[in-house]
Design a protein around this ligand. Structure first.
Ligand SMILES: *[C@@H]1O[C@H](CO)[C@@H](O)[C@H](O)[C@H]1NC(C)=O
Ligand SMILES: *[C@@H]1O[C@H](CO)[C@@H](O)[C@H](O)[C@H]1NC(C)=O
Ligand SMILES: *[C@@H]1O[C@H](CO)[C@@H](O)[C@H](O)[C@H]1NC(C)=O
Ligand SMILES: *[C@@H]1O[C@H](CO)[C@@H](O)[C@H](O)[C@H]1NC(C)=O
Length: 331
């Protein structure tokens, strides 16, 4: 083995860690999958799709001719124990994983799960956006103790809980570029909308969400790496949705039709500032059908159907057992 002079300067303890990280980078996909279980929030919810059309798990189902077992639910945080949004939302750890557990205990075809959770089945976990929203609106620390360290650990623990229920294959999707949405946009981009009508310091919100996303994504990646080493026969992949979205922003015409629109949503709803949302009728508009494929955002927080298809293509390639540029297999 040859070391460069730079490598010789590194502490010996760092070298095995680096080597391990490097070999992990080259882990090959463990195989192909026919069933998809989704856990998470509105970014995966197919019951109420926020894309203006279908949501990405439905496209995956079509692209791979597989079967979707959807548990993701709009508004979900990881757990109300950390970031409490109250009803009617269904947090992943408090509601979605227990639903899977209940289904595991039920017998027969009506149990709402694939024939086997361990073979041919991939579990996607895409959670954190709402946790970070709650943290941000609470000034980064809740009740003096809860920070992004706990929300990130909770997201990682979803994988462990599903492993205990028999799942073995995981695609953990990190928090995407929310800072580019209208909701978290800086002054001049933000306008009062369905998700928030309060006037606020847009620069602070924009930088705050960027900071939280970077922290959540870094902590979940390292946490999953550690977890992967402890779960026998598990295959855990990290899907870098942040980087996928960033690539789309860098080269929009590679993904969107006509003249790509990266800032304005296809279906904006504007409110007067600082109002009680129930007391006013918002001004909602929708671009013409033939323009929809040019829009990155469908509304002030959610991506369009065109972007859902891009996400689905990448997840489908993972499920087909292919190497995917946004997917790092950790085990
Ligand atoms: C899709 O899968 C179903 C059963 O799972 C099968 O009957 C059908 O032939 C498949 N379609 C294609 C196009 O492969
Ligand atoms: C939330 O708190 C309850 C009560 O302390 C506990 O039973 C439960 O396991 C906690 N859930 C998570 C996900 O931490
Ligand atoms: C924070 O403290 C308040 C008041 O004690 C309590 O009602 C709330 O449930 C706590 N929130 C969390 C997430 O622990
Ligand atoms: C509604 O919003 C659109 C743009 O989103 C704007 O062009 C239009 O003037 C608004 N209508 C009203 C009544 O405010």
């Amino acid at each position: 083995m040859k070391f460069s002079s730079l490598a010789c300067l590194l502490l010996p303890a760092v070298l095995p860690a680096l080597a391990e990280l490097q070999s992990r980078t080259y882990l090959t996909p463990p195989g192909s999958f026919k069933n998809l279980i989704t856990l998470g929030d509105s970014y995966s919810d197919v019951t109420f799709s926020f894309t203006g059309g279908r949501q990405w798990p439905r496209f995956v189902e079509e692209y791979i001719n597989g079967t979707l077992y959807p548990f993701a639910s709009a508004g979900a945080v990881c757990t109300n124990n950390l970031t409490d949004r109250g009803p009617p939302f269904l947090p992943v750890m408090d509601a979605q994983v227990p639903m899977v557990a209940a289904a595991v205990q039920r017998e027969g075809v009506a149990r709402g799960l694939p024939p086997s959770m361990s073979a041919d089945t991939l579990v996607t976990v895409w959670v954190g956006s709402n946790d970070l929203g709650v943290l941000l609106s609470s000034g980064f620390v809740i009740n003096g103790t809860i920070t992004v360290a706990q929300t990130a650990q909770c997201a990682v623990s979803v994988v462990e809980s599903m492993y205990k229920l028999g799942a073995r294959n995981f695609l953990f999707m990190n928090v995407p570029t929310l800072e580019k949405s209208i909701l978290y946009g800086p002054d001049g981009v933000f306008y009062p909308n369905f998700y928030m009508t309060q006037e606020h310091d847009g620069m602070q919100v924009n930088l705050g969400i960027q900071l939280l996303i970077a922290q959540q994504n870094y902590i979940t990646l390292s946490g999953l790496g550690m977890l992967a080493a402890t779960l026998d026969r598990a295959h855990i992949a990290y899907f870098d949705s942040y980087r996928l979205f960033t690539d789309i922003f860098r080269n929009p015409s590679g993904y969107l039709a006509g003249t790509p629109e990266l800032v304005k949503p296809a279906a904006p709803c504007t409110y007067p500032p600082n109002v009680d949302m129930m007391s006013v009728v918002p001004n909602c508009t929708l671009v013409a059908d033939e323009e929809l494929d040019s829009y990155f955002w469908h509304d002030e927080l959610h991506v369009s159907e065109a972007i859902a298809k891009v996400i689905a293509k990448n997840v489908a390639s993972v499920m087909n057992g292919k190497t995917n540029p946004y997917t790092l297999w950790l085990s």
